[in-house]
Design a protein around this ligand. Structure first.
Ligand SMILES: [Zn+2]
Length: 217
């Protein structure tokens, strides 16, 4: 099928052709094995930001990681109110069906969602005009307060603190899911916080005892 060359997709189709010619062909046996199912050991929650693709950061093969991406790499708390709980559904699938052994929440530098949480620039926006984002990142409101008090609401120091606080909040929210906390207490599931600094290309892991993010050597 001919692709309209004016479409942005046309450039991606070129990438698809490279994938078919190299990536897919080289890993053909891997794809054949995956035809019958997937057994990823790790779930990654990441931001939808185009610069923090977990498969790229971890150089992961197909079938290796189960990924959920959204604004600011957030996990909402366990809630049973009506609505469409996309992250909760993915989490349920990863934990109960795929039985992943680890869940990694990976925040990142220069996160627009965290920045908006900090500045509250979308506060009061209508749904479709920024309101969905404002509502989603309002999860960070409480975590924002001490950061805004200490660092203000602008500049990288404040933003990085917000980005890293968001990871910690998502880990705390993960533990509000009974299936997660139960498996974690039995040693069947591990949670990890991570932070990918885009400009440096460096991955940091959270030491939950000290609360510090340490670069991976
Ligand atoms: Zn982001």
């Amino acid at each position: 099928m001919a692709i309209d060359p004016t479409l942005e997709l046309a450039g991606l189709i070129e990438g698809y052709r490279r994938f078919r010619a190299t990536g897919w062909a080289e890993r053909r046996e891997r794809w054949a094995a995956l035809r019958h199912g997937q057994e990823p050991r790790v779930m990654v929650v990441a931001c939808a930001d185009s610069r923090t693709d977990p498969a790229m950061v971890f150089d992961a093969d197909p079938g290796e990681i189960f990924v959920v991406r959204n604004i600011a790499a957030m996990v909402p708390p366990f809630e049973t109110n009506p609505g469409f709980h996309g992250v909760s559904a993915a989490l349920e699938f990863a934990v109960q069906v795929l039985k992943v052994r680890e869940i990694v929440v990976m925040g990142h530098g220069m996160c627009g969602g965290c920045k908006a949480a900090l500045t509250q620039e979308l506060h009061g926006s209508e749904p479709g005009q920024g309101g969905f984002i404002a509502d989603w990142i309002s999860m960070l409101d409480e975590a924002r307060e001490p950061i805004a008090a200490e660092f203000g609401t602008e500049g990288r120091e404040a933003e990085r603190a917000m980005e890293q606080a968001a990871v910690k909040l998502s880990l705390a929210n993960l533990r509000t899911f009974p299936c997660v906390s139960e498996l974690e207490s039995r040693g069947k599931l591990r949670l990890r916080g991570a932070f990918f600094a885009i400009a440096e290309g460096i991955l940091y892991l959270l030491d939950e005892e000290s609360g510090e993010f340490q670069p991976v050597s």
